[in-house]
Design a protein around this ligand. Sequence first.
Ligand code: PHE
Length: 452
Amino acid sequence: MVSRGNWGGRLGFILAAAGSAIGLGNIWKFPYITGIHGGGAFVLVYLVCILIVGLPIMMAEIYFGKMTQKSPVGAFEHFETESKGFFHYHRAGKAMKPFYLVGWLGVISAILVLSFYSVVAGWAWHYLYLSFSGFSGTDAEVTSLFGKLYVNPYLQLGWHTLMMGITVWIISKGVSKGIEKASKILMPILFIILLGLMFYALTLSGGMKAVKFMFYPDFSKIDAEGIIQALGHSFFTLSLGMGAMITYGSYLKEDVNIVKSSIIISILDTIIALVAGVMIFSIVFSYGLKAASGPSLIFKTLPVIFAKMPGGQIVAILFFILLIFAALTSAISLLEVAVSYFVDEKNWTRKKATIILGFFIYLLGILSAVSSLKIMNESYLDFFDNITTKYFLPVGGLLTILVFAYGIDHKSKMEELGFKSWVYFLFNWTIRIITPALLIFIILNKMGLFKI
Ligand code: PHE
């Protein structure tokens, strides 16, 4: 048995898990979807989704990891054979273990997500590079920088190579000397840069307008599409549905409180998304630009402003460092999900697993980096993004919560979670009915089977 590794301490686990959660989802995606869906009301729906969908799945994942000390495939296998619950059934005298397929789905999702995540993180690297020479020129010239990058496969490949290289390097060092150490360095810097940028942005003329936009709910602006987006994003942003939190939970040795840790991780993730939103919209409103510019908000709209604002170059450099750090601590958790499977189940050494998988994911990422390659009329990047965030992650999240809600006995859950009986009662019915119902609703809707 190859040694799996453990966290050095509680803080290391929290920072690593928060590092996984806080990523491009918070700084790139959350602000632009909030912009598209009109602000405050969307933010409120999103917060409710974090509470009733994200938080319970986070607790379930950390529980599975901590209890089994195994990565997703092994964790589900363990419960399948141990529990005599609802999901344990036999056919033709052979134990059927359909639920370790959830673990497998997680490993496949992690590989697919990292392949394009690294390419998008590469854009942030390119913009950091551009910020050093400063953005200048007319608005149209600055905006066109993105298009130039997008159609240049060599440039995209170069940054993807760098991003994957660093991710592989950190993961090869192990759990406490790699992931934990990197998180302990990167996360505090990320918090400081983001707070600094937010305070600076709030001094600009659009600061108060941004705060109002984010926190004053105008329910006429939210529609069904917004609610579905908020639901889907709530567990992408918390890194749920692919076993990342199972994997991180499996390295817990000491007695860490699952409920408390899940709440802290979710709150940190939420605060960072909100702060990023306030900061970005303060800048956008101060220069009279539109909040609803979509995915290009930070790669086209912001650089136009960086070119004009006083101190814009420094703000740009700090902003893209922030984005890279956020992406890096998420990328390492994605690679770790895949690596831990081969270490646990196939007895590979960490080095071997990291190098082979890292290289494989790197090759797969080439499909996304070369934007002229298409599959079913869309780029590989959009294709991988869509199949994972629309289907694989919600299905993974749904099956995880179902196994947790129906396959594990109440006594073990109550003991481990330490809830008072009335809290457990509420929790139990939430995870049995509400969370799965909402996830089924998203999945059916994305499949076009259920329109509202
Ligand atoms: N939570 C990360 C983000 O917000 C993305 C991610 C999803 C990372 C799933 C790991 C697993 O960007």
